[in-house]
Design a protein around this ligand. Structure first.
Ligand SMILES: NC(=O)N[C@@H](CC(=O)O)C(=O)O
Ligand SMILES: [Zn+2]
Ligand SMILES: [Zn+2]
Length: 348
C-alpha cells in the first residue's frame, strides 16, 4: 500500500455539463463553479429556453456580468434544440465562436424540457447541418414513453432513438450526457470516436439506495434517476479507464430547497460547491487518482477541440464540513453531502 498523498495538483478542470440558471440564482451559484473550473458547457434549459444564437449571446453576457471581480471563467454556450430549429441557426452557431453545442431534450424528459423535441424526424435538416459542421449534439438520453420503467429509460432510449440516429448521421459528434447505466457505458465505448459521454459525480458516488435511506431523500433525486450498484460500478470503471470518450460533467442542477422538499419535488442535485473534491474522492476510492486529470481536464477539451487549460489547481487532504444549506435567490439550496464531511479541500 502506498501512503496517501497529502496534496493533489492537476491542470485546472472544465465542467462539460452545468446548469447555471439565471439572474439571482446565477449569481448565487456561479462562484462555486468559477472557483474550480476554467470553463463549462452551460445548459440552455432556462424559462424560456435558449434557442437562438442571439439569446445565447445575451445569456453569456449575463453570466460574465455575474462573475465576481477577479474571477476568471469562460462560459461555453449551447442552443436548445426544438422541432423548429432552422438549419441556418446551426451555421450562425458555428460562426459565433461561443456556441459550442446543441442540446437535445426529448420533450417532457426532464426539468424545463417542455419545448424540447417531440420527434427527431422533424430535426433532420438541422442534424444534417450539425454533422457537416461538426457541431456536437448533447443528449439527455431517456425514453419519454410512459410505459417504459423509469430505471430502463436510458437503455430504451439508446436502442430506440440513439442507434437509429447514429445510423442516419454516422459522423454526428454526440455526447450522451450524465450516463447512468452499464448499457450506456458499453454503447459509448463500442461507438466510433465521434461519440462520447459525461459522468456526474453523484452517479459515481451513489446508487439508488441513496434515494430511500431512512426515508425519502429528495436531494438525491435527479434525472436520469440513480441506478443500482452494478451500474454505479460500471460508471466508475469507465471514468477511471483512461478512455478519452468519458469525461467530467457535473450536471450540477440547483433548485431551491422548497422546490425539492415538496410533494412533487424537482429533479437535480447541486454539486458545484465541491465538485472536483468529490470526484477526487471517487478516484481515490478506486485507487486511480492518477487518472483524474485526464477525465477532469483533458478528455473533454480534446473532444470539443478546445485547447487544454494551462493553469493548475491544488487540492489538499484536509477534511471539511459541507454547510447544511447555502443562499440561493432569496431562498436556500441543499448541496450534496450537506452537513457531512469531504476529505479534499480546494486550496485558495
Ligand atoms: N439532471 C436533473 O435532474 N435536472 C436538470 C435537467 C437535466 O440535466 O436533465 C435541471 O435542469 O434541473
Ligand atoms: Zn438531462
Ligand atoms: Zn443537466
Amino acid at each position: 500500500m502506498q501512503t496517501k498523498p497529502l496534496t493533489l495538483t492537476l491542470t485546472r478542470p472544465d465542467d462539460w455539463h452545468l446548469h447555471l440558471r439565471d439572474d439571482a440564482a446565477l449569481a448565487a451559484v456561479l462562484p462555486d463553479t468559477a472557483r474550480r473550473f476554467a470553463r463549462a458547457i452551460v445548459m440552455p434549459n432556462l424559462k424560456p429556453p435558449v434557442t437562438t444564437v442571439a439569446q445565447a449571446a445575451a445569456y453569456r453576457e449575463r453570466i460574465l456580468r455575474a462573475l465576481p471581480a477577479g474571477m476568471r471563467f469562460e462560459p461555453l454556450m449551447t442552443l436548445y434544440l426544438t422541432d423548429n430549429t432552422p438549419p441556418g441557426e446551426i451555421d450562425a452557431a458555428r460562426a459565433s465562436g461561443f456556441v459550442h453545442a446543441v442540446k437535445l431534450y426529448p420533450a417532457g424528459a426532464t426539468t424545463n424540457s417542455d419545448a424540447g423535441v417531440t420527434d427527431l424526424a422533424r430535426c433532420r435538416a438541422t442534424l444534417a447541418r450539425m454533422e457537416v459542421l461538426g457541431l456536437p449534439l448533447l443528449v439527455h438520453g431517456e425514453s419519454t414513453d410512459p410505459v417504459v420503467d423509469v430505471f430502463d429509460r436510458e437503455a430504451v432510449f439508446i436502442e430506440r432513438t440513439l442507434q437509429p440516429l447514429l445510423k442516419d448521421f454516422p459522423a454526428l459528434r454526440l455526447v450522451l450526457e450524465h450516463i447512468t447505466t452499464r448499457d450506456a457505458v458499453q454503447f459509448v465505448a463500442a461507438s466510433a470516436e465521434n461519440v462520447a459521454a459525461t459522468i456526474t459525480v453523484h452517479h459515481l458516488l451513489l446508487n439508488r439506495n441513496a434515494l430511500f435511506v431512512g426515508g425519502i431523500q429528495p436531494h438525491h433525486y435527479c434525472l436520469p434517476v440513480l441506478k443500482r450498484e452494478t451500474h454505479r460500478q460500471a460508471l466508475v470503471a469507465a471514468a477511471i479507464s483512461g478512455n478519452p470518450k468519458f469525461f467530467l460533467g457535473t450536471d450540477s442542477a440547483p433548485h431551491a430547497r422548497g422546490a425539492k422538499e415538496a410533494a412533487c419535488g424537482c429533479a437535480g442535485c447541486y454539486t458545484a460547491h465541491a465538485a472536483i473534491e468529490l470526484y477526487a474522492e471517487v478516484f481515490e476510492a478506486a485507487d486511480a487518482l492518477d487518472r483524474l486529470e485526464g477525465f477532469a481536464s483533458f478528455h473533454g477539451a480534446d473532444f470539443y477541440r478546445l485547447p487544454r487549460n494551462q493553469e493548475r489547481i491544488t487540492l489538499v487532504r484536509e477534511a471539511w464540513s459541507v454547510p447544511a444549506s447555502q443562499p440561493f435567490d432569496g431562498d436556500t439550496l441543499v448541496p450534496l453531502r450537506a452537513g457531512a464531511k469531504i476529505a479534499w479541500r480546494m486550496q485558495s
